[in-house]
Design a protein around this ligand. Structure first.
Ligand SMILES: [Zn+2]
Length: 320
């Protein structure tokens, strides 16, 4: 067996990423066309943990959805390779891996939910800044521009609408519907790999899916930053079926870890964290037709929030 211990893999990843940082910027990213004037940008990373960026080009502006936590110069890459239109930015939620590189766009309007703005402000107020994979700590000082359910971003001949759902993955989540191109940008609330909803009932997630299906005739594609983008919008149908299976009493697997999580040595979580993810008695993983829902087995129905239930945790509770 080759020794892939976490310290070695972390050092190797850092070395590869530092090497790529020396290359021209057009070798630090890749781009794929999802629809006309709609680009998926893929930042280099030996593991799949960095999310994808989406760039939507209108007649007047281009919108960058989630700058991610890439340590490379995303803005230069976009300006040299994707578009020369003035840039606007939108965040799907506050998590570091979606918002860190906002700092590259501090002179642009950065749309986000009110909760997202408050959480990022709180991080700034308390000096909570994290480093990127090259060890830099860049800080975005842009205060954020709040966008609410139904608000429109007009890119010029291309209309983007903010859609609020009841957040399952992160309280700061907001979705963006490209009404012109027919694409829904979901952040981590709908994901091709898995939706982690830990302490939100499965029924709440199902209500979101029903709400999105009511507008299904306005989009045929879903773009989510992790685990493979784009997807056909019919995936919502299978997410709905997955919820119905759980709610009808079909219990998911105890082992919640995905194969990437368990076996990609570049995703170097400590063995205790993997053990916890696999055998935590509270969480389950329900697979159905390319969808996976990681949920708290005590929180299937909304009413269970008012009943005694255990708390699911992403990582093992810290020992004293
Ligand atoms: Zn997230």
């Amino acid at each position: 067996m080759i020794d892939t211990n976490p310290e070695f893999m972390t050092a190797l990843k850092k070395q590869l990423m530092a090497q790529v940082a020396e290359y021209p910027v057009n070798k630090q990213f890749d781009m794929r066309l999802a629809k006309p004037d709609t680009w998926i940008i893929i930042p280099f990373n030996p593991s799949a943990e960095t999310p994808r960026i989406h760039v939507l080009i209108g007649e007047k502006y281009a919108l960058v959805i989630d700058p991610t936590d890439t340590p490379y110069d995303l803005r230069t890459y976009i300006e040299e390779n994707v578009t020369d239109k003035p840039l606007l930015v939108a965040n799907t939620h506050s998590h570091h891996d979606h918002t860190y590189a906002n700092y590259l766009f501090d002179d642009c309007t950065i749309y986000m939910s009110e909760t997202c703005r408050n959480e990022l402000q709180d991080n700034r107020d308390n000096g909570r800044f994290r480093t990127d994979l090259l060890g830099n700590t860049h800080k975005s000082m842009n205060p954020g521009t709040v966008i609410k359910d139904g608000d429109i971003i007009d890119l010029g001949g291309r209309i983007i609408e903010a859609i609020a759902i009841t957040p399952c993955h992160a309280p700061s989540s907001i979705l963006y519907l490209d009404r012109t191109a027919g694409i829904l940008f979901t952040g981590d609330e709908i994901d091709p790999g898995q939706v982690n909803m830990w302490n939100t009932p499965v029924e709440t997630f199902r209500d979101n899916i029903v709400k999105l299906l009511e507008r299904r005739n306005e989009f045929d594609m879903i773009c989510a930053p992790h685990n493979g983008t784009p997807m056909h919008a019919d995936i919502l149908k299978y997410y709905l079926e997955n919820c119905d299976r759980i709610m009808s009493g079909i219990e998911g697997d105890l082992d919640v870890g995905s194969t990437t999580y368990l076996l990609n040595p570049f995703e170097n979580r400590p063995p205790e964290a993997i053990e916890y993810r696999r055998w935590d008695p509270v969480t389950r993983r329900s697979f159905w037709k390319g969808t996976a829902i990681n949920y708290n087995v005590d929180l299937i129905f909304n009413r269970q929030l008012n009943e005694p239930h255990r708390t699911a945790r992403t990582n093992p509770p810290k020992k004293d």
